[in-house]
Design a protein around this ligand. Structure first.
Ligand code: NAD
Ligand code: DAU
Length: 331
């Protein structure tokens, strides 16, 4: 099978490509990635000789059309992915997440190819802290930020192409990922690299917001199962019952790194900050037999901390600029 992986130099995409090369050596993989600030070709260094890498933009219709025509399935990770950035400048989110996805839909339709669209639980909005319910495939869409609204738009386009044109597409909506190769603008790697760099970790507001953490490898194993056995037109929610509030996460990182649990600072909260995400992944578990391997968050975090300690060359050049950007926003 020939896979076109968009966004394969980003956090989840590069983990997907690395996992695919080791677990599915029979797959032929082409990565299409624009190498924005969030993409890093060195994340694919271990598999560079086993894949084809194309530096290019999913907004380039002709390029997308050609690459789609040469492959059997598109696994579509490419996106602008950071909420805080979408509040500063929504425009690349509209282009990449909506127009880019439209290009992929048109090419997959034209060449009758299969598509798996990677999306987020943020399309469903947020939950109250004491809500007994969780997001499932029937939860109405209610996105809050420009990022989540752009991802919701892309999901809606995929659904429309399935219904109107019979496109063979599946969608997955996953919760917050953590693990190696995640950009240091994101919560967990930002705090780990802050501590390594001698800065205090930064907590937005009171830290009561809850995220449903999943290890990136568990996410990507689910994606492989959907590619192999998912039903056309279906949406699968991916989550590992990993709800934690941000205060708890920051304190766990501090303690695992030998610091005092209270050695962090409160910074300006994110405008419109979603309170809580929680995933009901029972459909994926019952229909496709998926279950997470990383069920102990602390040991997954420990492994992630070690990765950032051992791979400072991968992130240290970006630290000053990333923190300067946050500082301007009081974060
Ligand atoms: P990321 O920001 O780390 O990586 C995105 C990648 O896409 C980068 O390599 C970047 O260069 C590439 N890219 C951006 N614009 C492009 C364009 N126009 N053309 C081609 N390539 C482009 O993102 P991530 O965290 O790995 O997220 C990947 C996907 O998973 C996204 O669709 C995101 O919405 C979704 N998702 C992320 C999470 C999470 O916790 N990070 C959870 C659920 C879903
Ligand atoms: O739920 C899935 C989503 O998870 C994905 O769709 C997004 O691509 C991904 O970025 C992530 O979105 P979040 O906004 O939840 O992740 P982020 O890492 O930015 O923040 C996680 C939580 O931590 C959130 O409540 C904000 C808070 N936070 C974040 C940063 C960067 C802090 O308290 N301090 C920080 O320094």
């Amino acid at each position: 099978m020939k896979l076109l992986v968009t966004g394969g130099a980003g956090f989840i995409g590069s983990n997907f490509v690395n996992l695919s090369v080791s677990d599915y050596p029979e797959y032929e993989i082409t990565v299409l990635d624009a190498l924005t600030y969030a993409g890093d070709r060195s994340s694919l260094a271990k598999v560079e000789s086993k894949i084809r890498f194309i530096k290019g933009d999913i907004c380039d219709r002709d390029l997308v059309d050609r690459l789609v025509s040469e492959n059997d399935i598109v696994v579509h990770f490419a996106a602008e992915s950071h909420n805080d950035n979408s509040l500063l400048d929504p425009s690349p989110f509209i282009n990449t997440n909506i127009v880019g996805t439209f290009n992929i839909l048109e090419a997959t339709r034209k060449h009758s190819k299969r598509l798996h669209h990677i999306s987020t639980d943020e399309v469903y909005g947020d939950l109250e802290l004491d809500d007994p319910g969780k997001f499932n495939a029937n939860t109405p869409y209610n996105p809050s930020s420009p990022y989540s609204a752009s991802k919701a738009s892309s999901d809606m386009l995929v659904r429309a192409w399935v219904r109107s044109f019979g496109l063979h597409a599946t969608i997955s909506n996953c919760s917050n990922n953590y693990g190696p190769y995640q950009h240091i603008e994101k919560f967990i790697p930002r705090q780990i690299t802050n501590i390594i760099s001698g800065y205090k970790p930064k907590l937005y507001g009171k830290g009561e917001n809850v995220r449903d953490w999943i290890h990136v490898e568990d996410h990507n194993r689910a994606v492989h199962m959907i590619i192999k056995a998912g039903k056309p037109g279906e949406t699968y929610l991916i989550g590992a019952d990993g709800e934690k509030n941000n205060l708890e996460v920051i304190q766990t990182i501090l303690v695992l790194m030998g610091k005092n649990a209270d050695d962090f600072e409160h910074v300006t909260d994110r405008p419109g900050h979603d309170l809580r995400y929680a995933i009901d992944s029972s459909k994926l578990r019952t229909e496709l037999g998926w279950k997470p391997i990383y069920t102990d968050f602390k040991s997954g975090l420990k492994q992630t901390i070690k990765w950032y300690q051992d791979n400072q060359d991968w992130w240290s050049a970006h630290k000053t600029a990333t923190e300067a950007k946050y500082k301007k926003q009081g974060q």
